[in-house]
Design a protein around this ligand. Structure first.
Ligand SMILES: [Zn+2]
Ligand SMILES: [Zn+2]
Length: 60
């Protein structure tokens, strides 16, 4: 069950775009379940709301 290309990029939890290594995204645990969330620099600056894909928690 190997996918082609094993490089897994973190996905921005706000805009759903992959965060490139050079983009310097930030990661933080979900306040509700501890699931590791990623957000890119742009969404962080704009303080875009996010929704945890694991538990559905929504936060600023
Ligand atoms: Zn984003
Ligand atoms: Zn969560």
């Amino acid at each position: 069950m190997s996918k082609s290309g094993s490089l897994e990029l973190p996905i921005c939890v706000s805009c759903k775009y992959p965060i490139l290594p050079l983009e310097k995204g930030v990661n933080f645990p979900c306040p509700n379940c501890g699931y590791m969330l990623w957000r890119d620099k742009r969404c962080r600056k704009l303080a875009t709301s996010y929704k945890c894909p694991n538990c559905g928690f929504e936060g600023p």
